[in-house]
Structure formats: structure tokens, C-alpha cells
Write a protein that binds this ligand. Sequence first.
Ligand code: ATP
Ligand code: MG
Length: 261
Amino acid sequence: MWWRDQAFRLGAPAQAHLKVQGLSAGYGAFLVLRDLRLEARPGLTVIVGPNGAGKTTLLKALAGLIPRGGIVTLDGAELAARTHEIVRAGVALVAEGRQLFAQMSVTENLELGGWLLPKAQRAQRIEQAFALFPKLRERARQLAGTMSGGEQQMVAVARAMVSTPRLLMLDEPSLGLAPKMVDELLAAARRIADAGTTVLMVEQNVKKALAVADRGYVLERGVLVASGNAKLLARSTVVREAYLGAGASGSGRAAAAAPRG
Ligand SMILES: Nc1ncnc2c1ncn2[C@@H]1O[C@H](COP(=O)(O)OP(=O)(O)OP(=O)(O)O)[C@@H](O)[C@H]1O
Ligand SMILES: [Mg+2]
């Protein structure tokens, strides 16, 4: 397949390795995350946890959208705290809600992802994004705002990929999507990781996310309570009881992990 034959990231250095130590973050005096230690190694790392655990807060802190404490390194070099420097270091975040330009076409949205690139390289990146999501090529001229939720999510991920990230962070890419579309997006995340971009993904579809990921973390109330190989984590008691419906179905933790309304 093309993404195995050809490096997806043009001229970019080897696969990124993110390390986080003693990370804390919150909103004003309200501390949400306490002393987190985690890694996103080359491949696909997933973070799961109930609503309000701090998953989005973690991605926002890593993207420099809110202040944080602790040490964050990308390939051993300390990552700056300011958003534009983080972007320049090759970190991209696809936030919840997609934030597309509804009145612009798919292609125009993708062009915005590559506005810092020389024109020829931008065109090449857009071509690669279409190869990643063939459905979008057919819809290249459609206004983004008129696309289905799943298609819009694809545009958001494709746009992030046009910016040539070394670390791609995805916040619940499958939120609100039908099962088939969930599978498509998770498969795309897997392909992106296989093609050499390190992926750190927050997901509520715990079973499916752990099935495609290499490693996983469980975040509860701002603290990491479990981590490890994704396949082993899926079989662990903490994940099975709280997120996969094993054990007492009416337990408080299962209720906490129920889909939002
Ligand atoms: N802008 C904000 N100001 C104040 N508190 C916030 C803000 N955003 C989030 N919080 C609080 O921080 C905590 C963690 O929220 P966060 O959005 O990170 O959770 P989450 O794990 O992403 O949840 P979900 O699965 O529902 O997306 C919650 O208690 C939330 O109310
Ligand atoms: Mg969230």
C-alpha cells in the first residue's frame, strides 16, 4: 500500500516520542490533572476514562491551549508551553467539535491545514490526505458544513494531516458517529500511526479503541489508574469491569462510563 512504500511525512525526521512527567493542569484554581506520567511512543496510544476525567484537559494542556506544570518532551527536547511553538514542533490537535469552516469546500479546508507549506508541497499533502480518506476525494468540492458528522470528522483529521504533524492528537474522533463510521475513523488512526505519525487518541469507544491501539491509559478523576499494552489492558479487571460491561452491570463505575446524552 502506498503509505508503506512512501513516507507520509515529507522529509520529516524519525517517528516522534512524547514523554510527560509530573503534568498538572486545570482551570484557574481548579486543578483537574495531578502529577501525570505518560508516554506516546511511535504507534497509536489511546486514553480512555469516564466523562469529566480530564481527557480533553490533558490534550489541551499538551497543545498549549491551557497552562500546565510538569515536563513534556518530544524526542528528548523539551516542548515549549506556547501554542505556536508546539505547532511548529509538529504537534497537531483535532479537537472535539471539529472546527471546520462550514462555508468552505473540503479542499479549501484542507488547504488551510497546509497554509504554512510551499504550494507544491501543500498540493502533495492534500493528495496524500485524499489517499488516506478516498471518500473525501469524491466530495472535494462539497461545502464542509453540508457533510455528515463522520465525513466532517474525516475532513478534520485530513486537515490536521496536511499540516505534516509528527504527533497527532485526536479528541474522541468517533463521538456521535454510527458504528461503521467509528470503525472507519479508528482504522484511519491506525493507518496514520503505521505510516509514521505518532498518534495520541482519546476515545469513548473503549473496546474498539483498545483493539486498534498499541498502548493505552485509563484516566479517572485526573489521575492515571492503569496503563500498558492495549490488548492486555482490554483484558484487565479495571477496564473490563468499568468500561466493557463485565461484572455487575449496574455498578457505579459502569454508570460513570456510560455514553453522554
Ligand atoms: N473551561 C473550563 N473551565 C472550568 N472547568 C472546566 C473547563 N473545561 C473542563 N472543565 C472541568 O474539568 C474537568 C475535566 O473535563 P474534561 O473536559 O477534561 O473531561 P473529559 O475527560 O474530556 O470528559 P468527556 O469524556 O465528557 O469529554 C471536568 O470537571 C470539567 O467540568
Ligand atoms: Mg472530553
